[in-house]
Design a protein around this ligand. Structure first.
Ligand code: PMM
Length: 267
């Protein structure tokens, strides 16, 4: 059964929920709510990766995320830390995070793989072609599926060289990262090939702009959760291990419907 990773952005500027959970108590309460709705993993981030976003100093990032990671891990919840920074990753794992979710797949900070390898945490390798400040500079592909798989295999090889075996790795096609409109749909269509590489696969479509291809250019962020639930079910049918979403309840319901349909879930 596909797991749901609930998004907790402790940032003032994320594209869909920026500013709502900067206060640690609000972030912790929100994470607990997502857990009750069915999130198996809570993904805590202190740096926005929306297109155009500037980097955040690791000290600021850590001030935002560590109290939240500590409180949730102490409560026995499974926490992932959404960071591109090796120091933040190491500090979050010390605070109890089990997964380091790096959208850059180890490219933003060359120390990150070694930092994670020194712990017993797992790592998510996102497909990425450069920083959010210039998000679409690398969005040029001859064959999205092939290039995505080749580049993630290279990231896996680098992770392995640092001591991270495939069973500690999760691959992510990085929807919205260095991909415009139709390139995101090409990446989603390539999910079965990605799953075929071997490691578990995570996919995050939640509220992302490419969904307006289907919904219309004027579809507000608030209107994208149903479409997110649908893409999450389709990703589940392609064999992914987990989906990363904001509206956990809607996606959990949709995944259950898909599981009932396939006979994989009985009440
Ligand atoms: N997307 C965002 C942030 N972190 N992590 C993973 N593994 N995969 C993603 O697709 C991903 C991510 C950007 O979305 P947000 O600002 O809503 O968190």
């Amino acid at each position: 059964m596909t797991l749901v990773m609930g998004i907790v952005n402790v940032t003032p500027d994320s594209f869909s929920d920026g500013g709502r959970f900067v206060d640690p108590d609000a972030a912790i309460a929100h994470a607990r709510h997502l857990h009750e709705q069915g999130a198996a993993i809570l993904d805590i981030g202190g740096e926005s990766t929306r297109p155009g976003a500037e980097r955040v100093a690791p000290r600021v990032e850590q001030e935002r995320v560590l109290p939240v990671v500590t409180a949730l891990a102490d409560a026995g919840l499974t926490v992932s830390i959404d960071t591109m920074n090796a120091d933040t990753a190491a500090a979050a794992v010390r605070a109890g995070a089990r997964i380091v979710n790096d959208v850059s797949g180890g490219l933003a900070d060359p120390e990150l793989f070694a930092a994670v390898a020194a712990t017993d945490a797992e790592v998510v390798l996102g497909h990425w072609r450069g920083p959010s400040a210039d998000m679409y500079a690398g969005a040029r592909y001859d064959d999205v599926a092939r290039e995505l798989a080749d580049e993630l295999l290279t990231r896996m090889a680098d992770a392995a060289a640092a001591g991270l075996a495939p069973d500690r790795i999760v691959l992510d096609p990085g929807i919205g990262f260095g991909k415009r409109g139709v390139q995101n749909w090409d990446a989603l269509r390539a999910l079965p090939q990605l799953v075929g590489i071997g490691p578990r696969v995570l996919v995050g479509t939640s509220r992302k702009r490419f969904l307006t291809d289907a919904l219309g250019a004027d579809a507000s962020v608030a209107r994208r959760d149903l479409a997110t639930a649908v893409t999450s079910v389709l990703a589940a049918q392609a064999g992914v291990w987990a989906v990363r979403v904001h509206d956990v309840g809607a996606t959990r319901d949709a995944l259950r419907v898909g599981e009932c349909w396939e006979g994989a879930w009985t009440p």
